[in-house]
Design a protein around this ligand. Structure first.
Ligand code: ARG
Length: 487
């Protein structure tokens, strides 16, 4: 039954159609814990400030606890805020009429959205960290396994599978940073802003903020009820994470297929076909790509929704809360990607494939350059050689001593360098000769892995620290409430 709590100005209730259209109750239920916690903090603060006696606060808290049980069955309310106030009042009687002083659904809605965003961002950060450490392990394990890198999806330069995995880990560490930055901006409390311009009742905004584990209150009451850019931040963090996951997914899907044949994907994350018995499809990876598109779409939906809203609360903002489900999709994608990676096995032939690949052509150029041949001249000589091979339909692997000798002659280098030139084209020695910082030289890969591990440890500490701080605040609030319940 509608409570009629908000029908002051209006004589009759809304039509069932209008109420159904406006009501966010069903989607709000995902925010029940946050709503109850925020209401609890509000009661404790009102009591500490002398706006409620200890007995009154105790009675409200008791009714609040009882409302928790019935909330999921309730119908006909505009939203969770009305539901909780009505259910508390139903049970607490007269004192229930005091619950809503100095607050508004506007600051409440902003508060529970921020609480949820905080929690989901920490989960996102924590799952990114787990995936990162899986990637780090793979990075170290395959630091010496040559892998052809592509640009424009054509063989480009020689790299290593370990270096590749570390590149993905670098990106994911930035995602952790983004999630934590988003967390910092979400972690401020709107409560006490009331509808938009504060209250003349003697409340303590710092105290409610503290009781809810926020860093502090939002500075400006109008900004507190209007702003949702923290949700944009959160969706941005989720969308960037999925962009990174989608790239990894695309690489693995391509390399795991028979055409590239670079690695084998595990059976646990592969699917087959109802009609084609040969199929081993990377459905998980494809869905990760799709999620990326959908979550990025949520970001632009929200930007569109927020653009041009006048300052203050507008009902449009009700549509913001459910968008946070996008963070859970990103979390699910992170978990399943960890499983995919656990099943990945590089094929035996990687070394052989590298040896035969035209991705070694830049190696030839650099070797010549190191012998003193001007770079552009070395490049032209090798390009001529490549053209020649292509015109005869021959692959890079078919380069014989004759061609190598031709190259040395053209470059005015002595023929005795032939064996050294040959060695330069060995994948292992090619990687070992990489000198630049951040390259796939195995020693450099080891160094990168160590640096990543240190940064990951640091970020994990931040994530855990924040999780613990939230848990401590929850416990402290629980104790305050318990003390009042016994009053
Ligand atoms: N259900 C609303 C929301 O989620 C709560 C705020 C409604 N405020 C109002 N003045 N109508 O945004």
């Amino acid at each position: 039954m509608p409570s009629g709590l908000y029908r002051g100005r209006l004589r009759r209730g809304p039509s069932p159609t209008a109420l159904r259209f406006v009501s966010s109750l069903e989607q709000d239920l995902a925010f029940l814990d946050e709503e109850l916690e925020a209401t609890r903090a509000h009661i404790v603060m009102l009591c500490e400030g002398g706006l409620l006696t200890r007995q009154e606060a105790g009675a409200l808290l008791k009714a609040l606890e009882a409302a928790r049980g019935s909330a999921r069955r309730a119908r006909g309310y505009e939203d969770i805020h009305e539901l909780v106030e009505a259910e508390v009042t139903k049970r607490a009687g007269e004192v229930g009429l005091k619950l809503h002083m100095a607050r508004s659904r506007n600051d409440q809605a902003a508060t529970i959205t921020r609480m949820k965003a905080r929690r989901e961002l920490l989960r996102l950060a924590s799952l990114c960290c787990s995936l990162c450490s899986t990637l780090l392990r793979l990075g170290k394990r395959h630091a010496r396994l040559p892998l052809i890198y592509y640009t424009h999806l054509r063989p480009a330069q020689l790299g290593s599978l370990g270096h590749y995995f570390l590149a993905q880990a670098e990106a994911l560490l930035r995602d952790v940073e983004r999630a934590l930055e988003g967390y910092e901006r979400a972690n401020l409390c709107p409560l006490g802003a009331a509808a938009c311009a504060g209250t003349s009742l003697p409340i303590d905004r710092r105290r409610t903020a503290q009781l809810l584990g926020f860093h502090g209150p939002l500075a400006n009451s109008l900004d507190a009820v209007t702003s949702r850019d923290f949700v944009l931040d959160a969706l941005h963090a989720a969308a960037c994470t999925l962009v990174d996951l989608a790239r990894l997914a695309e690489d693995l899907a391509l390399w795991g297929g028979p055409e590239f044949g670079l690695l084998e994907l595990g059976e646990a994350t592969s699917f087959s076909s109802s009609i084609m018995p040969q199929k081993k499809n990377p459905d998980v990876l494809e869905l990760i790509r799709a999620k990326c598109a959908l979550i990025s779409g949520l970001y632009s939906s929200l930007a569109g929704l927020l653009k041009g809203l006048p300052s203050g609360y507008n009902r449009d903002l009700q549509e913001v809360k459910p968008l946070l489900a996008g963070l859970r999709e990103a979390q699910r994608a992170l978990s399943v990607m960890s499983e995919v990676l656990r099943g990945v096995r590089p094929h035996d032939g990687l070394e052989r494939r590298a040896r035969a690949s035209e991705a070694l052509a830049p190696e030839l150029v650099e070797w010549l350059t190191l012998q003193g041949v001007p770079f552009r001249r070395a490049y032209s000589l090798v390009a001529e050689l490549m053209r020649e091979l292509a015109s005869r339909g021959r692959g890079f692997a078919s380069l014989g001593d004759e061609e190598m000798k031709w190259l040395l002659r053209e470059a005015q280098l002595p023929e005795r360098l032939l064996s050294e030139l040959r060695r330069a084209l060995e994948p292992g020695s090619a990687l070992a000769r990489r000198r630049s910082e951040g390259s796939p030289n195995p020693a450099e890969v080891d160094r990168l892995a160590r640096a990543l591990r240190a940064r990951l440890r640091e970020l994990l500490r931040s994530v855990k620290g924040r999780q613990e701080q939230e848990a401590r605040a929850r416990l402290a609030l629980e104790m305050e409430a318990r003390a009042l319940l016994q009053a």
